[in-house]
Design a protein. Structure first.
Length: 156
């Protein structure tokens, strides 16, 4: 509803799925190879999804609403660069703080909390520095004017 689009929410949901599965795969590899665990705890995938989904939706809303706002004043490529320049420091700072907060769980003596802390911290960093900084802007550029379909951007 915020973006007045049917296309953008679809690829934004795909970016959330990408971040989740990349993080889950990384966590399984790290804990099986580096820590010699059998895998990750049964609750880790669920809680990882909850935390990363909530975070990713917030970051998507913040970035995409800013891109749409900037696209009223400039061509989409320039609008995307401006939006990244204006939202990037906030998203990066929030991501670093959140990753640090969740990494504190790694100090607890429970294996599932160690795994959850690592996975969420890694997922937040992947979302902050890869998904939101590289993948979403690339998708915006690829889809061009179709980002906002069926609505259109009215120039200010």
């Amino acid at each position: 509803m915020l973006l007045r689009s049917l296309i953008a929410p679809l690829y934004l949901m795909a970016t959330i799925a990408f971040t989740y599965f990349a993080t889950l795969g990384l966590a399984v590899l790290v804990f099986q190879i580096a820590f010699d665990h059998v895998g990750v705890g049964s609750a880790v995938p669920f809680f990882l999804f909850v935390f990363l989904n909530a975070l990713s939706v917030d970051y998507n809303i913040y970035l995409m609403s800013r891109i749409r706002e900037e696209a009223r004043r400039a061509p989409l490529g320039e609008a995307t660069v401006r939006a990244l320049a204006r939202t990037g420091p906030v998203i990066t700072s929030a991501g670093l703080i959140l990753a640090g907060t969740f990494s504190a769980l790694m100090t607890l003596p429970l294996q599932d909390l160690l795994q959850l802390g690592f996975a969420v911290a890694a997922g937040v960093l992947i979302d902050t520095f890869v998904t939101r900084t590289l993948i979403v802007p690339a998708l915006v550029s690829i889809f061009g004017r179709w980002n906002w379909w069926p609505s259109r951007i009215e120039r200010a």
